[in-house]
Design a protein around this ligand. Structure first.
Ligand SMILES: [Zn+2]
Length: 68
């Protein structure tokens, strides 16, 4: 998926991936499709464009480790 934004959106694998521009938002289903191809869920979980998934607790743990 190409990105035409300036500055370019963070890669789906980047720590700040959720800062990418939202292309589609479905609050009734609890997900947002981002420009970098990942799908972010309201519980902080995510699906990456390569098929990997990020469990909500992983995202929270990573945030705690960065804050430590
Ligand atoms: Zn973009």
């Amino acid at each position: 998926m190409s990105c035409d934004h300036r500055p370019p959106c963070p890669d789906a694998a980047a720590p700040d991936a959720s800062a990418a521009v939202a292309l589609a938002y479905r609050p009734e289903q609890g997900w947002t499709l981002l420009c970098n191809g990942s799908i972010q869920f309201d519980d902080t979980g995510a699906c990456l464009p390569d098929g990997r998934t990020v469990a909500p607790q992983d995202r929270i743990r990573d945030a705690c480790e960065r804050a430590a």
